[in-house]
Each structure stands twice: as structure tokens, then as C-alpha cells.
Ligand binder design. Structure first.
Ligand code: ZN
Length: 113
């Protein structure tokens, strides 16, 4: 499952932060998930809970912030709303839209102790 490896990736990031900044527990994680990131939020939540067990983020609250997707249309040469990969351009209905925003997932903020 792809969400499982993403969740493991997030834990690794948290452990690196913990080492650099000297905290030992993570209480809340705010995670930005782009509309184009192909992350299934519900299954990600489940995986995150599983991989958190026995780590510094055990029982941490996960707050997911969904960020809108945007793309750049090569036909009409402008930035357009793009909420689904492979959707046509809302302006010209062309399929040459390249995702520019919202294809990532990142840790935005942490509450630690
Ligand atoms: Zn277009």
C-alpha cells in the first residue's frame, strides 16, 4: 500500500526534526496534502496510526490540510485550476495541463513537547 510508505516517510521526517531540535514527543502533526498528490486521506490516517506505534509520535493527532491543485496549460499558456490529474483544461478543454501545485504532501507544523 502506497499510503503505508508515505506514512513511514513522515515518521522519518519527524524523527529527524526531533534529533535536530531536541524534542521527544510529537502531539499534533499538521500535514498538507495536495489534491493532486494521489494520497487517500482516510487510508493515510489509518497507516499513520499504525506506523506511529512505538515511535515518538504514538497517539499524535493528525490534522490534514488539503491544498488545492493547480496546473499550467500548454495550449492556452496560463495557470488553471486543476483538481484531478488527467482532467482537461477548464479554459480550452485541452489535455496538455501540467501539475504545478498540489502534487505534494508535506509536514507543515508540529506541536511537540
Ligand atoms: Zn487550456
Amino acid at each position: 500500500m502506497h499510503e503505508m510508505s508515505l506514512a513511514e516517510g513522515v515518521i522519518q521526517i519527524l524523527e529527524e526534526y526531533a534529533m535536530n531540535e531536541g524534542f521527544s514527543r510529537v502531539k499534533t502533526v499538521w500535514l498538507e496534502v495536495g489534491q493532486l498528490s494521489n494520497v487517500e486521506v482516510d487510508s493515510f490516517r489509518f497507516c499513520f496510526e499504525v506506523v506511529c506505534r512505538g515511535t515518538l509520535a504514538e497517539n499524535a493527532t493528525l490534522e490534514v490540510i488539503e491544498t488545492p491543485g493547480r496546473g499550467y496549460c500548454l495550449d492556452c499558456c496560463q495557470s488553471v485550476e486543476h483538481s484531478q490529474r488527467f482532467d482537461p483544461c477548464p479554459q480550452c478543454n485541452g489535455y496538455k495541463v501540467q501539475a504545478t501545485e498540489g502534487s505534494e504532501m508535506r509536514v507543515k507544523e508540529l506541536e511537540v513537547e
